[in-house]
Design a protein around this ligand. Sequence first.
Ligand SMILES: *Cc1c(COP(=O)(O)O)cnc(C)c1O
Length: 397
Amino acid sequence: MTRSDELRALSEEHSAHNYHPLPIVIAEARGAWVTDVEGNRYLDMLSAYSAVNFGHANERLTAAAKRQLDRVTLVSRAFDHDEFGPFAAELAELCGKDMVLPMNSGAEGVETALKTARKWGYEVKGVPDGQANIITFEHNFHGRTTTIVSFSTDPVAKLSYGPYTPGFRTVPYGEIGPLAQAIDENTVGVLIEPIQGEAGVIVPPEGFLRQVRDLCTERGVLMIADEIQTGLGRTGATFACEHEDVVPDVYILGKALGGGIVPVSAVVADRDVLGVFQPGQHGSTFGGNPLACAVAREVIAILKTGEFQERSRELGAHLHERLGALPGDLVRQVRGRGLWAGVELHSLARPVSERLKDLGVLAKETHETTIRLAPPLVISREDLDWALDQFEAALKG
Ligand SMILES: *Cc1c(COP(=O)(O)O)cnc(C)c1O
């Protein structure tokens, strides 16, 4: 039995089987590459679902974390600390908004946005108590809490977790008519992924985000963009909404905001929205902690250079050119934007991701027949080309 086998047997035996990981046990990682316990190297084409946009062990980020580890790591929000104010100001500025509300996981960020929209609806819009509704889209993915799975349309994510939280309406993604019809006087928010990530990197039709924005403005509804996976460089812009010159009322950020080091999420909006919270009405012990703020501030500083957005645009164009050139008998469809692609296959994707792993490339299937490619934005063009060569070989079986 190899060391990997031993370790995998431990997780198989003693951890809940809520994931189906590829058979690899990682011991180290740097940049776009990871090394397993046997010393084999693999190119990471998943980036922890875009939480590792800036690469594994990014020196600027690990240095910020190490500096902070020796100063102060947790005080709770009962006290202020010297990283908090600057973090809030810098993140608000990056988003062009007034205020932030920090949490930890993405799902907590989404929950916070839902609470924000409801509270805003009752206290600002004047919706009768208990009547607020929020509109979500088919095939959405916003996290795993009981309320969030209540409006999931994926039976795997949803079944056996009822009773479900009421107050949500679901409409098709990419069509403005049904959304316009679903909005009524008690609608407080439209929760949207600018590109649906877990659904398989589904890019909405050109102009859809703009239509959603206009409709929300017209009807007095908050447009809430879940940019947890699309945001912070992945699509070739700081936010995916930028591709249609759209500014949502509320951003939800997570994943890459923590630099691949700590979980950091946040809701970002203007004062007329986030100003609804008074002391005690919402919170989190770890939200906005000093370590999280120090790392996130470095992430924001990196994003302000625009370097990674540009890399994602340029390498993304190359990625999509090469994927687009694959013969139709190997791939059914390629979707995506920037260094992010969902490749729809004619057959099951799992065997392809397993073959890819044997060829030294880590990518993960999503749903039955989609492979998602999302390397760290630090990847070199040569490594990307090599990964795509392996991908083609894995497709050919
Ligand atoms: C990953 C993700 C979430 C949930 O984030 P967690 O940190 O896993 O809770 C929410 N929304 C989107 C769009 C995501 O991709």
